[in-house]
Design a protein around this ligand. Structure first.
Ligand code: PMP
Length: 285
């Protein structure tokens, strides 16, 4: 994956894919001082591109560093990468981090802030499971309190528990894991937000301690446009049994139906299919 042809944008210029390297004493590698974005380009246009660039800058600010590029410059970098690699449909990964420098301890004010943009071709996040309904495990790890970690930052450090949860789920034959939060409420999957349907109304966990995804916000607006009632609220695990349909939202996941969470089953119903189709149309509109 690292030794291949292609171009990556690194600190202001396009470099050869195989030469886009950092030093082993990079602060981010030791202390997770890193933030990133995941975006999808459809037919040459990155969906909600500026919102992603803005979130990258905000995530960095939440981790107490400033990205030395404006939203406009980040936009230009992303499109430069897509053009250099000749892609119109691709996943885009922007990344900013504290580099190597005089500060080798926890503090890193004097180390340079660095940034990269890479892209690659990435099909369905859940593979064949996508329209059949993904199977989710229930994670033992909990989303932390916003007093413990900056939960609205898309920060690398917050993904440690996601990776552990996803590995445990895959070892049990599941595609992903549903995580509860520090209070025990239903929160999100390891890289996607969750929606549930009951009696024709939609319920989604209140994003008060996990990422309020750009796809989540898009889908909520879409549902309201369709005249549906959406409840953003705390959801107890006991309620899972009563929900009829369930889907995941995320840039990589798009709208993916869920067929099973632990011992609870859901149907890939008409509303789930309609939302998935409407989202597919919207991202290419
Ligand atoms: N939660 C987590 C933990 C994620 O990694 C993602 C993917 N960025 C999401 C939710 C969904 O966010 P978005 O819709 O902005 O991609």
């Amino acid at each position: 994956y690292d030794d291949r042809d292609g171009k990556i944008w690194l600190d202001g210029q396009l470099v050869e894919w195989r030469e886009a390297n950092v030093h082993i004493l990079t602060h981010a590698l030791h202390y997770a001082s890193s933030v990133f974005e995941g975006e999808r380009c459809y037919g040459g246009t990155i969906f909600k591109s500026e919102a992603h660039s803005q979130r990258l800058r905000t995530s960095a600010e939440l981790l107490d560093f400033e990205i030395p590029y404006s939203v406009e410059e980040i936009e230009a970098a992303k499109y430069a990468v897509l053009e250099a690699n000749g892609w119109k449909d691709a996943y885009v990964r922007a990344l900013a981090w504290r580099g190597a420098g005089p500060d080798m301890g926890v503090a890193s004010q004097r180390n340079p802030v660095r940034m990269a943009v890479a892209a690659w071709e990435w099909g369905s996040y859940y593979g064949d499971a996508k329209m059949k309904g993904a199977k989710l495990d229930i994670a033992k790890w909990k989303r932390p309190s916003p007093e413990t970690a900056p939960s609205q930052a898309k920060a690398a450090g917050l993904y440690m528990i996601c990776t552990m949860s996803k590995h445990a789920a895959e070892a049990k034959g599941c595609s992903d894991a549903l995580m509860f939060d520090y209070r025990g409420y239903v929160a999100e999957a390891t890289g996607a937000n969750m929606f549930f349907v009951k009696d024709g109304e939609v319920h989604t966990p209140l994003a008060d301690c996990f990422l309020n995804g750009i796809t989540r916000q898009t889908v909520i607006a879409m549902l309201k446009d369709k005249g549906l009632t959406v409840h953003e609220r705390h959801i107890m695990p006991e309620e899972l049994e009563g929900f009829e349909q369930c889907w995941l939202t995320g840039t990589a996941a798009e709208v993916t139906p869920v067929g099973q969470i632990g011992d609870y089953n859901f149907e890939v119903g008409a509303l789930t299919r309609d939302v998935a189709e409407s989202y597919e149309k919207l991202v290419r509109a």
